[in-house]
Design a protein around this ligand. Structure first.
Ligand SMILES: [Zn+2]
Ligand SMILES: [Zn+2]
Length: 290
């Protein structure tokens, strides 16, 4: 199975270049079959394939493998990579989990990432996914092979949510005001050693937190206005102190589903990937892909 991932959208590319990543040339499929052995500019309508380094000159470059086609967006080029699903899964695991994390935690992350991709195809209309946290972070190619398993709830694939660190207990949709999909998330205890944090807010920001504590919508709004780390997680208590509030919390991210830190902690205590998945997504089944 292949998926279409638009890469570098964050950089609003006006110019894209490509060069071979290895001694093998990059093949141009359209407009006319030929081989590129040096850096070349990509134009709208071009399709290439191979193992290559794509660049927005002066901003970013990254190695990719697969087919890439260049489309015209509104005032920018859109680079759409047709990636092999298993390579994309490996890339997500590499981007989402440090190499120091235990292997069974990385396997659990692979099952979650694959399930998310399978259940969320077509998210962007003209292509399936972007390469940012809006979809799943996708960076360097990775080749690690993980068992081809996916999570199902009542027999259906769903897009499992996960976060960096739940702070000791995961959250539900009701806790955070999120409404992600068909799967009802549970609060489960987590064995991680969560990082504690403290933030102070006043005025409208403080009012928003007090009105809807633990709301993911409020957390994201504060992140947009004040910086992504404004309110690190939804696991916190609020204390009023004269004209401001003090928010003391633990963890990072929305807190629903698999907790990456907790998965690592479980794996270090001997849990296998399937056990980790069962723990964070109660009432689901893991099965092969069909
Ligand atoms: Zn996206
Ligand atoms: Zn946790």
């Amino acid at each position: 199975m292949t998926i279409l991932i638009a890469v570098f959208g964050l950089f609003h590319p006006q110019l894209l270049t490509v060069r071979p990543a290895t001694a093998s040339p990059v093949r141009v499929v359209e407009p006319a079959a030929k081989e590129l052995r040096a850096t070349a500019e990509l134009r709208t309508g071009m399709k290439i394939e191979g193992d290559f380094v794509l660049a927005v000159p002066g901003k970013i470059e990254r190695r990719f493998q697969g087919r890439l086609d260049v489309r015209q967006g509104k005032g920018e080029l859109i680079a759409v990579l047709e990636a092999d699903l298993e390579r994309a899964v490996a890339a997500v695991v590499a981007a989402e989990m440090p190499a120091s994390f235990a292997e069974e935690a990385r396997k659990a992350q692979a099952i979650v990432a694959r399930s998310w991709y399978i259940a969320s195809r077509g998210r962007h209309g003209d292509f399936d996914f972007c390469d940012t946290t809006h979809c799943q972070v996708f960076k360097e190619p990775a080749t690690a092979a993980y068992p081809p398993l996916a999570i199902r709830y009542r027999g259906e694939a769903f897009a499992p949510l996960y976060s960096a660190s739940c702070g000791g207990e995961t959250k539900t949709e009701a806790d955070t005001g999120m409404n992600p999909d068909a799967y009802p998330y549970f609060r489960v205890a987590c064995a991680e050693h969560a990082e504690a944090w403290e933030r102070r807010f006043h005025g409208d920001d403080a009012a928003a937190i007090q009105r809807q504590p633990h709301s993911e919508r409020v957390r994201l709004a504060l992140g947009r206005a004040l910086g992504w780390d404004a309110l690190p997680s939804n696991n916190y208590i609020v204390a009023v102190q004269s004209d401001e509030i003090v928010v003391k919390g633990k963890g990072r991210g929305h807190g629903l589903g698999l907790c990456q830190q907790g998965a690592d902690a479980m794996a270090r205590q001997g849990a296998m990937a399937a056990r980790i998945i069962e723990h964070f997504y109660p009432n689901t089944r893991i099965s092969g892909m069909r």
